[in-house]
Design a binder for this molecule. Structure first.
Ligand SMILES: Cc1cc2nc3c(=O)[nH]c(=O)nc-3n(C[C@H](O)[C@H](O)[C@H](O)COP(=O)(O)OP(=O)(O)OC[C@H]3O[C@@H](n4cnc5c(N)ncnc54)[C@H](O)[C@@H]3O)c2cc1C
Length: 431
């Protein structure tokens, strides 16, 4: 049997893939509901999302949508909608093509010329921070008003506190050295117009995890935290739930948050537990706003030169046709105290800053708080992490944060755990 701890999107998708491969397994989830940070609700007939607002329809995501029969519920975002950055008194469009780059007023002519020198600058160095690399490669202006807000917004982190080798590893794997990243940004993998479209679901992102749960309900035990993990006799692992049930597992996959995984690992692998406890998470506050605004686009981020407390706003109204809904994000590592503010204060800040930035009056609906792995300097703690055979981490602090990455990693792990002797590329020495 395989034990999976946590029924967020990682644990659920892993369970769906294991089920596809007819692998005996159990999923333990501490809370009464599955889905982890993915949560949606309907308020006055409007769909609100409290975690991811949308994701990308990569092959892994599309495959899962098909496996759980959710194709008819998909809402696709128009990839031609503009994305904005607020700088110098107004919203300015992010360029996604060479023509748009020439025309954009987001950067001065000087800033654009500096950006074009990019191919002449060296690629990233392993011990370089993301901020230093982006400034060196693209110039300070492009960093502060374009790359920094867009990249930092993904994690709620300050790029000055992130190492290239952790969070920009994809670029390094892709052999960025000596190649033009700008060209790739405008033409290739980073170009949203040539990459898979963004999608959500008619009833919000939670519909996705609910459909996965429906598929593997007989495997998932809700309100059943994993309480203990200990080595068994024959190289297997005994996973014990809080209600006292024990599962003898050939493999145990930990998909839960870093501190909770550390709690389980502490008695048997204290070094790994210590490393996981050192990882930072960023606290975020989401304020849902509602209003009739003549805004067409995906939303905006804020230039690092501005002093607003809002980090960015997703325009669910135009991107997902959600009647008048806008989702403001506050907090993160550049404003770590924001989430401690009372709800009324957060509502007032989000609505006021939205009005200043867009000129449109909105009413605050709800405040919620969540967290996201920071992928900052604290990730050096994972440099020498090793786990005994049969224990696996599969989570958004161990590999990519976004849903496409989560599903791809779960699929790859399910294949690896169910590989039989003689299968091509089978690991040697595994139980
Ligand atoms: C605000 C926000 C915005 C995001 N935006 C996007 C986006 O636009 N696009 C995108 O693709 N991704 C986005 N993401 C990232 C993505 O949503 C997450 O990385 C992903 O959902 C994490 O899923 P997970 O299953 O790895 O972890 P989690 O969702 O954290 O799930 C872990 C689960 O483990 C359970 N657990 C904890 N302790 C125990 C225990 N002892 N026993 C059993 N179970 C336990 C928890 O209850 C939880 O259900 C966003 C995330 C956040 C927070």
């Amino acid at each position: 049997m395989i034990g999976v701890v946590g029924a967020g999107v990682t644990g659920l998708s892993l369970s769906v893939y294991l089920e596809e491969r007819r692998a005996d397994h159990v999923v333990l989830e501490a809370r009464p509901r599955a889905g982890g940070v993915i949560r949606s609700s309907r308020v006055d007939g409007r769909i609100l999302d409290y975690g991811p607002q949308r994701t990308r329809a990569t092959p892994a995501v599309s495959e899962m949508v098909g496996l759980v029969g959710l194709e008819h519920e998909v809402v696709t975002v128009d990839s031609h909608l503009p994305l904005f950055v607020y700088r110098g008194g107004r919203l300015r469009q992010v360029p996604f093509s060479p023509g748009e780059l020439i025309r954009t007023d987001l950067l001065s002519w000087r800033g654009k010329l500096r950006l074009l020198l990019e191919p002449l600058r060296r690629g990233p160095e392993p011990d370089e921070t993301v901020a230093r690399f982006l400034v060196r490669k693209f110039g300070r202006e492009a960093y502060e008003s374009l790359m920094g807000p867009l990249f930092g917004g993904l994690y709620g982190s300050d790029p000055a506190d992130m190492f290239v080798r952790h969070s920009l590893a994809v670029l390094m794997d892709g052999g960025a050295t000596g190649r033009s990243l700008l060209w790739r940004f405008l033409r290739g993998a980073f170009n949203r117009r040539t990459s898979p479209p963004a999608i959500s679901f008619r009833d919000g992102m939670e519909a996705f995890v609910e459909a996965m749960l429906e598929r593997v309900r007989h495997r998932v035990r809700l309100e059943t935290p994993a309480a203990r993990l200990k080595a068994g006799k024959n190289g297997d692992w005994i996973l014990r739930s809080a209600d006292g049930d024990e599962y003898q597992c050939s493999d145990v996959v930990l998909t839960l948050e870093a501190e909770r995984a550390a709690d389980l690992l502490e008695p048997t692998v204290p070094d790994a537990a210590d490393r996981l406890r050192r990882l930072h998470y960023n606290d975020l506050a989401l304020v849902h706003l509602v209003g009739e605004c003549p805004l067409e686009g995906l939303g905006y981020q804020i230039s690092f030169k501005e002093s607003f407390r809002t980090r960015g706003v997703t325009w669910n109204a135009s991107a997902l046709k959600r009647k008048g809904i806008y989702t403001a994000f506050l907090g993160g590592s550049r404003d770590p105290d924001a989430t401690a503010l009372p709800d009324d204060v957060l509502k007032e800040i989000a609505a006021r800053e939205f009005r200043v930035i867009t000129g449109c009056r909105v009413q605050p609906l709800e405040v919620s708080r969540t967290r996201i792995p920071a992928w900052d300097r604290s990730w050096t703690a994972l440099d020498d992490l090793s786990l005994p055979s049969g224990l696996h981490l599969c989570s958004n602090y161990e590999s990519r944060v976004g849903l496409p990455g989560r599903l791809a990693r779960a699929r790859e792990l399910a294949a690896r755990l169910t590989r039989r002797p003689g299968d091509e590329g089978a690991e040697t020495g595994r139980r």
